[in-house]
Design a binder for this molecule. Structure first.
Ligand code: FE2
Length: 392
């Protein structure tokens, strides 16, 4: 991968002005943020324990047999602005169970917080979105929530959530989940971006879908000449909504000497789906120390030469960098920079047995990019894991 190409790509977009690009987006779909991410999993009770123990999520809300649900159980966990919902079917005859059978544990819903769920559904379905759920009003003693949903890539869904008339714990029908087991948070703040993997030749189809159906803009692109190692390659385009709060990079595999990590994902997820969730922290060193101590497994660190090159790569930004490079190296944290600042990031191994979904922990110190300068080091690390799995 050529560093100059990556840099020039980032520079050209920064010069053009991200705000200007956003202004050009037709904001018929104003999004306030990520509302929740719902996973369909084989055993929500045990997954919830993992997210509490390993990632420091807090018990937040619950729905299941005790609250009147007959077919499923849902545990909601919270850390700062991040809400995760873990859902398991209680019977075999269930679309949730079918989803888990086909895909393994994975993201079903990327829910978006909106002011008007009905309008969001109307604007997107009239532009070609396939409906998942028509606008539905749900009520309980805490008020009402309106939700509506559309399909995106694969079987993944965007749910629009309007909660301005609700003050309950999560959604109507959920009860507060009080637990005696409350591990401390690890400093995770909010969802920075969520990445989707789509099939061969499908990236531009989904880029167009996000442009046409959701009014997003493509503000960064990386082709396989930029994102490759000696062995494998992929292509990626970053889509952003009008106010820049929601960013969805879309990846597709590319031909290389060996098998692309995106192809491995598609094989094991049995189709397109969410590849990683990037969560922001204000102190990545403290967060990663905590996560490692609690058993979260990260991809192996790049070699010493990677860290030796950091001052050269950061240039002027070195003067504002507070972190000790040796400490970053001992934790395996990666560093990248663009015109506006630098960023620190690290990637977990997949969090389920299938090599599918993983997490990124990111701390932005002014940089708006996605760590393009780290792609090569990152992918070489992923290839070392693929090699072990016999899937490279
Ligand atoms: Fe990322």
């Amino acid at each position: 991968m050529s560093e100059e190409i990556n840099k020039s790509k980032v520079v050209s977009n920064v010069e053009y002005g991200l705000e200007k690009i956003f202004e050009e987006a037709q904001d018929f779909l104003p999004l306030l943020g990520t509302d929740y991410v719902e996973f369909y999993v084989g055993n929500a009770k045990q997954s919830a324990h993992y997210y509490k123990t390993a990632f420091g999520f807090q018990s937040y809300a619950y729905a299941g047999l005790e609250t009147g649900l007959k077919d499923r159980v849902c545990y909601v966990l919270k850390q700062d602005k991040i809400r995760l919902v873990l859902t398991t079917a209680l019977k075999s005859d269930s679309p949730i169970g079918e989803h888990v059978k086909k895909h393994g544990d994975g993201v079903k819903v990327i829910a978006l917080w909106v002011d008007d769920a009905k309008k969001s559904w109307e604007e997107t379905t009239k532009r070609g979105a396939k409906s998942f759920m028509e606008p539905t009003v749900e009520k309980d003693e805490h008020g009402e929530v309106v939700r509506a949903g559309i399909y995106t890539y694969g079987e993944t869904v965007h749910m629009f959530v309007e909660r301005k008339n609700y003050n309950g714990p999560f959604l109507p029908g959920f009860q507060k989940w009080e637990s005696d087991y409350n591990p401390t948070p690890t400093g995770l703040k909010f969802v920075d971006h969520m990445v989707g993997n789509v099939g061969w030749g499908e990236m531009n189809t989904w880029v167009k879908w996000y442009e046409d159906v959701m009014g997003f803009v493509n503000f960064l692109s990386f082709d396989d000449k930029q994102i490759h190692t000696e062995y494998s390659a992929l292509m990626s385009k970053v889509m952003s909504n009008g106010n820049g709060r929601i960013k969805f990079p879309i990846n597709e595999p590319a031909e290389g000497k060996k098998r692309s990590q995106i192809e491995e994902y598609l094989d094991f997820y049995e189709g397109p789906g969410a590849q990683h969730i990037a969560v922001a922290t204000d102190d990545i060193i403290a967060t990663v120390k905590q996560l490692r101590a609690r058993g979260v497994e990260f991809l192996s660190a790049p070699p010493q030469t990677y860290y030796d090159e950091i001052p050269g790569r950061l240039g002027n930004h070195m003067s504002i960098m507070k972190e000790d490079i040796n400490e970053l190296m001992s934790l395996g944290i990666l560093v990248d920079a663009d015109e506006e600042g630098y960023l620190l990031q690290i990637f977990t191994k997949p969090v389920e047995d299938r090599p599918t979904l993983f997490y990124e922990i990111i701390q932005r110190m002014g940089a708006k990019g996605f760590g393009a300068g780290n792609f090569k080091a990152l992918f070489e690390s992923i290839e070392r894991e693929q090699e072990k799995r016999g899937t490279l």
